[in-house]
Design a protein around this ligand. Structure first.
Ligand code: PLI
Length: 463
């Protein structure tokens, strides 16, 4: 026999393709001009110059026919849209929180909760930072404190729950600054910046227990909580037979509220919400949302967008969907591992993270190895990825110094239900090509640095 028999049965996408969007291929010469014009920042590329777009899984999902059908049922009323009430009841059903405040996307919810709960001089612990989350905490006068376990900063560590909160670090912070100075702990489910790494249920329970003792709230970043729930099912004892839906609800039950970017788990292109159990916080949030987002029954969204989110909630917890979602990321990651390309291990939920520090070990962090690697991959094939290293980390607001994260990564992010296995093959081959030619690559220098969230708009030149 020519081919060895497979050792296990394959999964396949639990859908078929009904509408297609043509992709454009370009020449290397075209891409050279495009990346130069974009200041070597993949965020500044025009998407029509991109072949396979793995910049982000945010708002890049393919909606189902069921969701598109729902779009036609948009009740575009300024107040009291029926789509809002449907979204509210599905949020209660799938996440279990009491109150819902819709927002235009995740950062809208982060803004509101930060302004309500954080006072100047407060400390906000979190299991690693996320860019927009920390920005809003700092704008409210808070200081972010990283309390994730040390393993999260080590790309090689095989810890199954690298998103876990280090309880000792949290306890030390409480002792040092006092519980009164900690309005809440922000716990992200599948930690984006750590490589899409999950939090265990056991850890969530322990965080709940410790914070409850001190009267500190727990706010979940539920953006990719379904993906986290799937990892709990796969890796945590006692959860093998539970449904992903039940695991999700249990995770939320150990928290007081959640900020949510619907653009990820909810399989839509726009939307988000703040969910909360406390009536007083809800009243304040409802009051704030009308100033910054829109009326409390639409929060900056069209009725049709809320309908699509509500329907997305029904699809996200389907076992065959979530299995193929994570399976596709694993397929790409395993391919790179088989070729010894350094990536963050274990493979994450929404993306494969390339270890740029290791791949371009001859380029010091000040010369932006991850930014450089993302540009090189684009040059090779038109595949767009994203820097998640020193550029994303930004500057310390107190000292003005560059933060120097241990992780210097390139995120190869997989949109949901968008690309096929062949796209993953092409991507993996491009990364391998760049990896094999890595010695020839030189770094970048930053020539324009925006004040806030600099990674979005910073510009670079080749050294
Ligand atoms: O992009 P927003 O405003 O809908 O959501 C902000 C946000 C909050 N939390 C987490 C964990 C995120 O990943 C997140 C947005 N992430 C983006 C845009 C990404 O590319 O990962």
């Amino acid at each position: 026999m020519k081919y060895p028999k497979p050792t296990r049965r394959s999964w396949a996408e639990p859908f078929k393709i009904k509408v297609v969007e043509p992709l454009k291929t370009t020449t290397r010469q075209h891409r050279m001009a495009a990346i130069e014009e974009a200041g070597y920042n993949t965020f500044l590329l025009r998407s029509e110059d991109v072949y396979i777009d793995l910049l982000t899984d945010s708002g890049t999902n393919a909606m189902s026919d069921y969701q598109w059908a729902g779009m036609m049922l948009g009740d575009e009323a300024y107040a009291g849209s029926k789509n809002f009430y449907y979204l509210e009841s599905n949020m209660q059903k799938y996440y279990g929180y009491k109150y819902l405040v819709p927002t235009h996307q995740g950062r809208g919810a982060e803004h509101i909760i930060s302004q309500i709960l954080i006072r100047p001089g407060d400390y906000v612990p979190g299991n690693m930072y996320f860019t927009t989350t920390r920005e809003h905490q700092e704008r409210a006068g808070g200081m972010f404190v990283d309390v994730i376990i040390d393993e999260a900063h080590d790309p090689e560590s095989l810890h199954p729950f690298k998103g876990n909160v280090d309880l000792q670090k949290l306890e030390d912070l409480i002792k040092k600054v006092g519980a009164k100075k900690i309005p809440y702990i922000s716990v992200a489910a599948t930690v984006n910046m750590a490589g899409g790494q999950p939090v265990s249920m056991e850890n969530l329970k322990a965080v709940r227990k410790l914070t409850a003792k001190h009267g500190i709230r727990v706010i979940l970043d539920a953006t990719r909580a379904v993906e986290n729930a799937y990892f709990v099912k796969m890796r945590e004892k006692g959860y093998e037979k539970k449904s992903v839906a039940a695991i999700l609800k249990e995770m939320c039950s150990y928290t007081d509220g959640a900020t949510m970017s619907g653009k990820k788990d909810l399989l839509v292109n726009i939307g988000g919400f703040l969910a909360i159990n406390d009536r007083d916080v809800f009243d304040e949030a409802r009051n704030m949302v009308v100033v910054f987002e829109g009326l409390h029954t639409y929060g900056g969204l069209a009725g049709r967008d809320m309908e699509a989110m509500a329907r997305g909630m029904e699809e996200m917890t389907k076992e065959d969907y979530i299995r193929s979602r994570i399976g596709q990321v694993e397929y790409l990651g395993q391919k790179l591992l088989d070729w010894d390309v350094p990536i963050v291990k274990p493979i994450g939920g929404h993306a494969v993270f390339l270890d740029a520090k290791k791949i371009l070990e001859h380029i010091p962090q000040e010369k932006y190895p991850a930014q450089t690697l993302a540009a090189e991959i684009y040059l090779d094939s038109g595949v767009r990825t994203m820097e998640r290293g020193i550029v994303s980390a930004g500057r310390d607001p107190k000292t003005g110094e560059n933060r120097r994260p241990k992780l210097e990564l390139v995120r190869v992010t997989i949109p949901r239900r968008v690309y096929t296995q062949a796209h993953m093959d092409v991507t993996a081959e491009s990364i391998l090509e760049v990896y094999e030619n890595r010695k020839k690559v030189k770094g970048l220098k930053m020539v324009y640095e925006p004040k806030h969230l600099r990674f979005f708009q910073a510009r670079f030149k080749r050294i």
